[in-house]
Design a binder for this molecule. Structure first.
Ligand code: PEP
Length: 253
């Protein structure tokens, strides 16, 4: 089935408020060709979410959080709830990014709770999965990704699954300049689609599976031409308007 491609820029810990506003201004100005044909979002750091969302009101560019905490409120110093993200103007929230898993001890169960909190607040989770280099070299890619998908999405019904995007991001390709080949990406994306069908039946056909890991203007089109690659989660190349816009253009059929 035809799925609208979804490209999201994950800015990580980059950009002050002023820099964020300057970048989205350039993006909006350059998005006209893709508007309505590709879904596009940016995930600025927490401090810039509200001003960026305000600046983007009425535009086609959407806003995502980079993380969220699953509790609604309370004594959780440093954390931000899904309701807070929604109020700040977010439509999406990224959970389970490999940097959160590796540097901050995020678990599959934590990913599931965060995704559930986002859904409850009316936001769309972008659930990241992906194997390390050691796991790929040990031939464990599909086993690791299957575990992350099944545990991260455990208990969600078809309606909830339909609001979730899965991002396949091989850890060895993130920020390294190494990209999965189109065949490697398609193999894992097709396997993820198979698991999603077991979990959600027909809802799986409408779910977007993004690829992430050193997506650049020169490889984006080829990666997103694969039947089960429904967009991209872009790190480094989303920090420059020219590169991110070129990647979005690569999603146009
Ligand atoms: C990411 O961190 O989600 C990512 C894909 O980063 P990069 O594009 O820089 O590899």
């Amino acid at each position: 089935m035809a799925r609208t491609k979804f490209v999201c820029g994950n800015w990580k810990m980059h950009k002050t408020v002023a820099e964020s506003l300057a970048l989205v201004k350039e993006l909006v100005a350059g998005l006209s060709e893709a508007a309505g044909k590709v879904q596009v979002a940016v995930a600025p750091p927490f401090t810039a979410l509200h001003p960026v969302a305000q600046a983007l009101r009425g535009s086609a560019l959407e806003v995502s959080g980079q993380d969220v905490f699953w509790e609604a409120q309370g004594a959780f110093t440093g954390e931000v709830s899904a309701t807070m993200l929604a109020e700040a103007g977010c439509r999406h929230g990224i959970v389970g990014h490999s940097e959160r898993r590796q540097l901050f001890g995020e678990t599959d169960e934590g990913v599931r709770k965060k995704a559930a909190a986002l859904l409850a607040a009316g936001l769309s989770p972008i659930v990241c999965v992906g194997e390390t280099l050691a796991e790929r070299e040990a031939g464990r890619t599909l086993e690791v990704v299957e575990r992350q998908v099944r545990k991260g999405l455990a208990g969600f019904g078809a309606e909830q699954l339909g609001r979730i995007t899965v991002a396949y991001e091989p850890v060895w390709a993130i920020g390294t300049g190494k990209t999965a080949t189109t065949a490697q990406a398609q193999e894992v994306h097709a396997a993820i689609r198979g698991i999603l069908r077991q979990l959600g039946g027909a809802a799986a056909d409408a779910m977007r599976i993004q690829y992430g890991g050193s997506v650049k203007p020169d490889n984006a089109r080829e990666l997103m031409s694969q039947p089960d690659v429904d967009g991209a989660l872009v790190g480094g190349a989303s920090l420059k308007a020219k590169d991110f816009l070129a990647i979005v253009k690569g999603a146009l059929r």
